[in-house]
Design a protein around this ligand. Structure first.
Ligand code: ADP
Ligand code: XUL
Length: 522
């Protein structure tokens, strides 16, 4: 029996995906939605409300409770957890969890008590800054100044200091709540926190996700002392050394054995970030395919030949869990923005898709800057702007607004992924919005490149299961990809060559309007 579990702790949900490597099939694909299933946390989209539009935190206990709920839900559906031979997974990147005592000293979880009640007293900070947070501009400046400039931080860590990255968030906590920082013994990413819960110990951060902290030196795979010092005093003692992604970080804790029937001694391998995990789940650990993850945020990423950084400072370099590096550009206003436009006109996704079909490519030059929340790429503050006809600008053209939000997003993805260099042969989409035929069409035309999707939708959770299988020695990558990463044969969207010039022109218009906006926000 060779069953492997992949977990994905993302912004809005926690998912579990189990693969059977002997039969080459997915046997469990289940998730808990934070908003719907855990309403007591007051986070309909997985994020706590905050009067400051730049502050985005989540309650880490929500993730803990979701784990118990998910495992019991899968067991209630008749699945036998004793079949699992290895576990790994992923978490939303950059988010951090602060603990009063290292979990390795906390002892094993007790079986009789829900996990959430056992973790609560261990938290030194009841809230987790997460990737949507953009409140640390000052800390980014300070880190750059102390570490020898933005370019030096870019060269060392693969990214300039970035507001949502963990280092600037840690610095903000140290500055604003020094007593909380002092009593914090251990800092985790969402990924290593989830792995720590499963092992009942202290799981190390993997190299893939560690690169999203502005603390890791890419060339050595170690924390960089000048970046640590520029961030907060005593930080080195609060972080374990990072580990390669295939590292066994412990065994499943007795709590899960006794409560859910896992076999004792099942290995847990380091969790990674959701984007690095999706690289594996999309079978794209070698360069060639450009990947688009259209989740709460939109990300564009690809495996890299070697580390190369974005001179404009928007792109990032993360670790590739299969070895080497990956590029990534994150657009905060992804599904978030599409949902806002749909909601404004009361449209469901079928109507949203129909609106795209009913409007022409190029949309008569209407553009919509979708910055419903502060955007990281390009770096602009919250503020939606419409350009075009009078009635469009007055929000009186629902179908045009729908096309405009998707076209503007696609143009932005094209513009800001240019630094990656190579011209992709195909684009593979994943995430909640990947199944949308209108979005597929616009991306194919804007990039003038064929668009495909995957048969298994949840690439990040699948990546976790595949990583567990590979690390446990069940099969090499090649065999795992051949068995589990199939392109959906129903989706093969060829670009329409007639739209090439339309999108070149619209791209110029986008660039002009964006440079005005960027000049204004300086
Ligand atoms: P995350 O992993 O960030 O939690 P997902 O990849 O699960 O997000 O994507 C969820 C999002 O996908 C939803 O918030 C929704 O906006 C979007 N979505 C779901 N179905 C569709 C659809 N048919 N068309 C466009 N967007 C969709
Ligand atoms: C990547 C990023 C987001 C989160 C979403 O840099 O911030 O894609 O990982 O889960």
């Amino acid at each position: 029996m060779a069953y492997f579990l992949g977990l994905d702790s993302s912004t809005q949900s926690l998912s579990a995906l189990v693969i059977d490597t002997a039969e080459g099939r997915v046997v469990v694909d289940e998730s808990v939605n934070f908003g719907k299933d855990l309403p007591a946390y007051g986070s309909p989209q997985g994020v706590l409300p905050n009067p400051d539009p730049k502050v985005h935190h989540s309650d880490p206990l929500m993730w803990v409770e979701a784990l118990d709920l998910l495992l019991s839900r899968v067991r209630a559906s008749g699945f036998d957890w004793s079949k699992i031979a290895g576990i790994s997974g992923a978490g939303q990147q950059h988010g951090s969890v602060y603990l009063k005592e290292p979990l390795r000293d906390a002892g094993r979880w007790r079986t009789g008590k829900p996990l959430v009640d056992q973790v609560r007293p261990l938290l030194s900070f009841q809230s987790s800054p997460m990737w949507m947070d953009s409140s640390t501009t000052e800390e980014c400046r300070e880190i750059a100044a102390a570490a020898g400039g933005r370019e030096r931080v870019l060269g060392l860590s693969g990214s300039i200091p970035i507001e949502r990255f963990t280092g600037p968030q840690i610095r903000k906590l140290w500055k604003t709540q020094p007593e909380v920082y002092q009593k914090t013994a251990e800092i985790h990413l969402v990924s290593s926190f989830m792995a720590s819960l499963l092992t009942g110990g202290s799981a190390a951060i993997d190299l893939g996700d560690a690169a999203g902290m502005n603390l890791l030196e890419l060339s050595t795979g170690r924390w960089n002392s000048s970046l640590l010092e520029a961030t907060a005093p005593g930080l080195a003692a609060k972080l374990q050394p990072p580990v390669a992604s295939h590292t066994r970080v412990g065994n499943v804790a007795p709590y899960f054995v006794e409560r859910y029937g896992f076999r004792s001694g099942v290995p847990v391998f380091a969790f990674t970030g959701d984007n690095p995990s999706s690289l594996v789940g999309m079978g794209a650990v070698s360069p060639g395919t450009r990947l688009f993850s259209l989740g709460t945020s939109d990300t564009v990423f690809a495996a890299m030949d070697g580390p190369r950084t974005d001179p404009n400072g928007y792109g990032h370099v993360f670790g590739n869990p299969a070895g080497g590096f990956m590029s990534l550009i994150c657009f905060t206003n992804g599904s978030l923005a599409r949902e806002q436009v749909a909601k404004r006109f009361g449209l469901d996704w079928a109507q949203f898709t129909a609106a795209i079909a009913a409007t022409p490519p190029g949309n008569n030059n209407n553009l919509l800057f979708p910055f419903f929340t502060g955007e990281t790429t390009p770096r602009v503050a919250e503020g939606v702007e419409l350009f075009g006809s009078e009635s469009f600008v007055a929000w009186k053209e629902p179908a045009q607004a729908v096309r405009a939000v998707v076209e503007t997003q696609a143009l932005s993805m094209r513009r800001f992924s240019e630094w990656i260099g190579h011209t992709p042969k195909q684009l593979v989409l994943t995430g909640g919005a990947a199944r949308n035929a209108g979005i597929q069409r616009i991306i194919a035309d804007v990039f003038q490149c064929p668009v495909r999707t995957l048969r298994v939708g949840n690439a990040s959770a699948l990546g976790g299961a595949l990583r567990a299988a590979q690390a446990a020695g069940a099969a090499p990558w090649k065999e795992l990809f051949a068995a589990f990463v199939a392109l959906d044969s129903n989706v093969h969207v060829q670009p329409d060559p007639q739209t090439k010039s339309v999108y070149e022109q619209l791209g110029r218009s986008f660039d002009e309007k964006l440079s005005v906006r960027l000049a204004r926000s300086r």
